[in-house]
Design a protein around this ligand. Structure first.
Ligand code: NAD
Length: 349
């Protein structure tokens, strides 16, 4: 069976890094690609960042590969004007993507690009699993002239499904991050995670870490983490902190996953995209680093389609290309997008 992948190149450098990613995927397997307008490009054509047709096409696919959206052309302070990021939120909601996965694995060839000392980051290979659709970002908000509230709510069901994603992704240990000394939602979080652990994942080590302590440990001893499991707001902050360990935004992939077996519905496809944006400052110059996009394609192969050996092949090719000296301008070199793509393709085994 040929897997069907919906591709959303988006804006800015998006199309420039999507084309090489498809070339790479075509080299490791046989896929059917269906490209659609998304973000600013879709606003220009249809007046909205995500049309119903595109959402329907995504729902019917096996996985969605997205490059980046946005740019000065669509920056607006008019609250009624359509914005490219609305497409991202619409996609997350429309596909029920409640789990955000961000691997952080600084590559040995780039150890010196990190703001942290080499000895600190050596051996770091961690995954942040962030709950994406609940918590304080989505709770009721109130405002008077002199006070404001943001309600944080989590249900056992929401906690259990994201915890299951984390345990399934763990090799040795899950570090569940909360603020159980202060927050009631955190105390429920701890209870539900512990129960699931005892019931289904006793072979994986589980530790509970308070979020303030986790923020310190991420910088002091990042190599001690395997999987970090946490709620929406803590995950938002910790995943950006963890990202800085690698030194360059042009290197980071992400995956957003929904329910694998939702009741009475087909499996929701996952969404795979680089962490960086559309880089309008370098768009159209052939200078974009395609590596985060390639690593996102690797996550699509692994988490979206279950093709582990193909995913590893892509990751190894990226590593080998960097070890043999590949550097795009954001990494201090002068290789363009085309040259970087060739270097990775040549290293694919
Ligand atoms: P950005 O990530 O686009 O760029 C930040 C800096 O990093 C820029 O100097 C850029 O040139 C550089 N950079 C980013 N990706 C790179 C790559 N692959 N290769 C080389 N250099 C790279 O963030 P920004 O400038 O804050 O935002 C630009 C636009 O992107 C905005 O419209 C923003 O809303 C949008 N954005 C989109 C996403 C997304 O699509 N998921 C994420 C973040 C920002």
């Amino acid at each position: 069976m040929t897997h069907k992948i919906v591709t959303l190149p988006g804006d800015g450098i998006g199309p420039e890094i999507m084309t090489p990613a498809l070339e790479l995927l075509n080299t490791v397997g046989e896929f059917e690609f269906e490209e659609h307008l998304f973000g600013g490009a879709s606003i220009d054509a249809h007046g909205t960042a995500l049309t119903e047709e595109v959402l329907a096409a995504c729902r019917q696919s096996d996985a969605v590969l997205l490059a980046a959206v946005g740019g000065p052309k669509w920056d607006t302070t008019d609250p009624d004007a359509p914005r490219p990021e609305q497409g991202l939120l619409g996609l997350r909601k429309g596909l029920g993507l409640y789990a955000n996965l961000r691997p952080v694995k600084p590559l040995p060839a780039l150890y010196d690009a990190s703001p942290l000392r080499r000895e600190r980051i050596e051996g770091t290979d961690l995954l942040v699993v962030r709950e994406l659709t609940g918590g304080i970002y989505f709770g009721e908000k109130t405002r008077t002239a002199t006070s404001a509230t943001d309600v944080c709510t989590y249900s056992t069901e929401e906690i259990e499904r994201i915890a299951r994603t984390a345990f399934n992704a763990a090799r040795t240990k899950v570090s569940s991050v909360d603020k159980a000394n202060v927050l009631e939602t955190s105390r429920l979080w701890r209870e539900v995670v512990s129960q699931l652990h005892a019931r289904e994942f006793p072979h994986i080590e589980l530790e509970h870490v308070l979020v303030d302590n986790a923020a310190m440990q991420l910088i002091a001893t990042p190599a001690d983490f395997d999987v970090i499991l946490t709620e929406n707001m803590f995950g938002d902050i910790l995943s950006d902190e963890a990202a800085m360990i690698t030194g360059s935004i042009g290197m980071l992939p992400s995956a957003s996953l929904g329910d694998r077996n939702p009741p009475a519905a087909p499996t929701n496809p996952g969404l795979f995209e680089p962490v960086h944006g559309s880089a309008p400052d370098i768009a159209g110059q052939g200078q974009a680093n395609p590596l985060a996009m390639f690593l996102s394609a690797a996550l699509l192969l692994r988490h979206g389609l279950g093709l582990e050996s193909e995913a590893s092949a892509v990751e190894s090719a990226v590593q080998r290309a960097l070890s043999s000296g590949l550097r795009t301008p954001d990494l201090g070199g002068d290789a363009g997008t085309g040259q970087a793509t060739r270097a990775v393709l040549e290293n694919l085994e």
